[in-house]
Every structure is written in C-alpha cells, then in structure tokens.
Write a protein that binds this ligand. Structure first.
Ligand code: ZN
Length: 221
C-alpha cells in the first residue's frame, strides 16, 4: 500500500505523461497541475491533460498565469513563428524559453503541497533537454528540492524520474509499460493535430520511429 501522496506537473507532453504513468503507484500521485500561460497549444494541452487524468483517475487542476505571456517574447506565446530548424541548439532553445518556467511551476506546486501535505512533486525533466534548458538539470532539481525543505512546512521533495532518460528511452518506457501515448500533446502549435515541423514534434517523431511506434505517428500527426 502506498503511504505517500504526490503532485505532478502535467503538460500532456511525452515526458510528463510517461512520468505519471510510470510513477503513479510508486509515489501515490493523486493531483496533476496544468499551467495556462497563454501558450499557443494551451487548449490542446488542457484537453489532453484532462483525458490523461481521467484515464489515471487523479484530480486535475488548471492554473492560469496570464501575466507570464506579457513578460516573455518566446515564440510559444508570441506571434513569432515557432522555430522548425536546428534541433537541440542553444539558439532554437532560446526561442522557446519561458523565463524561469519550471521553478515557477514547481513553486506553485510546493504551495499546494504545503497546504495539503503532499510528500513529493514530480516533473518530467529529461536528459536531452538538460543540455539546452538549465531548469531541466539534476543540479536544478536537487537545489529546488532543497529550497522546499526550508520554504515550506510540508517539505515536499522534488522528483524528476526521467532525468537520466533520452526521448528515445522515454518512448521505450512508455511502450513497455503500456502508457497511452495516444494522449500525448507535445506540439508547440495550437492546431488540432501535431504539426510535425516544430522542434518538439521532430523529437517525438524520431523517438517514436526508433521504437516501432508508427501507429502513434498516424494518430498524433
Ligand atoms: Zn509541432
């Protein structure tokens, strides 16, 4: 019997879905937070997150941060085009950077944890993104976890179960654990289907192809 209870940050992207599916029982995840900061794909992310939470029978809460888009020029929220070239470079990453995003989201989750006595906060950092996004690194995870030991009374620990996994590894875990990849919403653009062109779509497509995931390509793209 699980004696702990946990919160997860859920965008419905590959990483957060697989973090939930592979760790729900181990950590007793019973609440997912999805953030609306004016990103282009927000409707699709919220709708996919709702389906995922129904599937896993956990509570779902949408947190609106409508001021965040006013202080960022990232192409995820602005009218600038989402970059489709130079996968994984610092330049392409800077175009989709949202200022202090993971620290902000984790701090909000820590307030929930503090009020409702949660033990852990999970988020879907992965090895590929740690190379370009500083708030996906083990150093970041460990320091913000340490911070909550002094900034809260409940002292939730921050866990990033996929932090040593590449996108390919994460799809492999999903396949082996029967995680419903048909619910993934990774695309940066707000169209009904995945665009197939943005950096996130390209990483997802490559990882699915590397793991015989063609059937999901047909559903998602
Ligand atoms: Zn896309």
């Amino acid at each position: 019997m699980v004696m702990t209870k946990s919160i997860i940050l859920l965008s419905a992207g590959l990483d957060s879905l697989v973090a939930l599916g592979s760790c729900k029982d181990k950590y007793g995840v019973d609440l997912a937070l999805t953030f609306d900061y004016g990103q282009k794909a927000v409707k699709q992310e919220i709708s996919a997150s709702k389906k995922i939470c129904e599937y896993y029978k956990i509570q779902h809460k949408v947190i609106v941060l409508d001021w965040l888009k006013e202080i960022t020029r990232t192409s995820l929220v602005s009218n600038e085009n989402v970059p489709s070239v130079n996968l994984g470079t610092k330049e392409s990453a800077s175009l989709v950077w949202v200022p202090n995003r993971n620290a902000l989201f984790l701090n909000i989750a820590a307030s929930f944890a503090d009020s409702f006595n949660y033990d852990y906060i999970l988020f879907g950092a992965n090895k590929d993104e740690a190379e370009t996004f500083p708030d996906n690194t083990e150093s970041f995870r460990s320091k913000i976890s340490d911070l909550f030991q002094i900034s809260t009374l409940a002292k939730p620990k921050v866990v990033a179960p996929l932090i040593n996994f590449t996108k390919n590894d994460i799809v492999k875990v999903a396949m082996e654990s029967n995680i419903p990849l048909e619910f993934v919403r990774s695309c940066y653009i707000g169209d009904e289907k995945h665009c197939g062109e943005c950096e996130s779509c390209k990483h997802l497509r490559e990882a699915l192809l590397a793991n015989n995931g063609e059937k999901y390509l047909n559903i998602l793209f």
